[in-house]
Design a protein around this ligand. Sequence first.
Ligand code: C2E
Ligand code: CA
Ligand code: CA
Ligand code: CA
Length: 278
Amino acid sequence: AREAGTGQVEFYQAELGINARRQLELEEALRHAILRDELSIAVQSQFCGDGTVCSAEVLVRWLNGPEGKPVSPGEFIPVAEASGLIKPLTLLVLNQSLQALKQLEAANLSIPLSVNFSSALFHDAAFVDGVIELIGESQVDPGRLMIEITESLFLDTSDEVQESIDRLSFFGIKFSLDDFGTGYSNLAYLKKLHLSELKIDRRFVENLPGDEDNRTIVRSILSIARQLKLRVVAEGVEDVAQADFLAAHGCDLLQGFLLHKPEPAQSWLQGQITKKMK
Ligand code: C2E
Ligand code: CA
Ligand code: CA
Ligand code: CA
């Protein structure tokens, strides 16, 4: 038993070593990719009940990673968060999103865009200054920008986090609570965070309408949101039965592969502009 135990420890250490090296390689490659402006954005439409595109989410893409192939945000966002690279990464994503908003505006399209912000960013007043400055310079109406935050912000009740949210909110930016229901939900914070929107996490949508627990959870979220006058987006909608259930229970917006897969920003923009001209 002892021998087996020792083997296990060695195995873990070897694995940790490989992981640590992989993380470092990824971090270095990411640093260069950000410096060379090699990250891009994809856009995924969000649909209103009448089938029109009412808004859209921006998702970062790293198409040409260290091995010459795409790396998923699920892998490199944690590396960016752990290394501080999340700040320049987010500014890069924001910058490209503002360019897209300008192109939409030029085409007389008023589709707002949502951008994902990691919780750690709200601790940094200088970063928030940078965000406000970038938006100011772009002359884009801040009201057309939504920031998606996650419930991990609830863990932090510090003044600096609240101040960041207050400042961005005062500037006119809207907030959406992503992955709602998965974490540390504390209903009291829903108001404090100046939210406009809740996003029902994919895991509750997944087994609709078959799963009774998920049906109850989704109906409760929709009812809370209605009372707090928050708009609700369901994410990860993959089939018609899910879409029907959500629409029947008053979910405002649907997002998911059933309706639209994330698409490179330029091609998405072209699609919206073409549709508008028809
Ligand atoms: P998220 O914010 O929850 O974004 C939704 C994810 O679900 C996206 O994955 C999207 O492509 C995927 N998705 C959309 N519809 C469906 C569907 O119908 N079925 C399934 N199975 N998946 C669907 P993606 O682009 O790989 O991003 C993963 C996560 O990485 C995001 O989750 C977000 O947490 C993070 N992320 C992406 N872009 C950014 C960014 O610019 N900044 C930050 N901080 N995080 C980002
Ligand atoms: Ca999101
Ligand atoms: Ca989400
Ligand atoms: Ca998620």
